[in-house]
Design a protein around this ligand. Structure first.
Ligand code: NI
Length: 205
């Protein structure tokens, strides 16, 4: 009987940011996210058409690791996770390094969604969860081959790794990393309390 092997895997990384002190660090980050939102009139204006019901600093303050010490700390901790992810991907960086380029806040109340997209130009993208109320939306990834699937039959329900989508639940303190070409979305939030996350990109230099 011929053997069947799986090739071309899509690797998604998911890990706690750190073993201890998450609660205090997230409280600090949450306060800072709200402080930044309150001061960022341009970002609130940008969010109205681009991020309905919610607030993102993507259009106004997208280099938060450049001016806030709390975000610098977050970046330093994320760097270690990105290194581990790059090792899992077996990347040969040829003496170069992976460096955070953008880092921004997302505050999603009820009704706020972020439809399918990818992050052009970056190599690694990810999210860190600061506040995740019960019932908030997860992060939904799409099989990168979906556009090529024409007459393929659907997969059996139990075959999780072979479904066209996979949802990673949002959990405060958790880091999720993926290759920037992988399409993803955050479905509309159905809870009142804010879901707060920090998204970021890494480039290869
Ligand atoms: Ni994204």
């Amino acid at each position: 009987m011929a053997s069947v092997q799986a090739w071309f895997p899509t690797l998604i990384y998911s890990e706690r940011l750190q073993a201890e002190g998450l609660r205090a660090f997230n409280a600090e980050l949450r306060d800072e996210c709200y402080r930044i939102r309150d001061h960022d009139a341009a970002g609130r204006k940008w969010s109205q058409p681009n991020y309905p019901f919610g607030y993102t600093s993507y259009g106004s303050l997208d280099r938060l690791h450049g001016f806030s010490s709390t975000f610098v700390t977050l970046q330093e901790r994320l760097d270690g996770h990105v290194k581990r992810y790059a090792r899992a991907l077996q990347w040969n960086l040829r003496g170069g390094r992976l460096q955070m380029t953008d880092c921004w806040i997302n505050i999603m109340p009820r009704g706020c969604a972020h439809s399918f997209h990818l992050h052009p130009q970056a190599v690694v993208s990810g999210t860190y969860y600061v506040q995740t109320p019960k019932g908030c939306s997860g992060l939904k990834f799409e099989d990168p081959r979906l556009a090529q699937l024409m007459a393929a039959p659907p997969r059996k329900p139990g075959a999780a790794a072979q479904q066209p989508h996979i949802v990673y639940p949002a959990k405060a303190g958790q880091v999720i990393l993926f290759e920037s070409w992988l399409r993803h979305e955050v479905p509309a939030s159905r809870v009142d309390e804010d879901r707060i996350s920090i998204s970021f990109n890494y480039h290869w230099y």
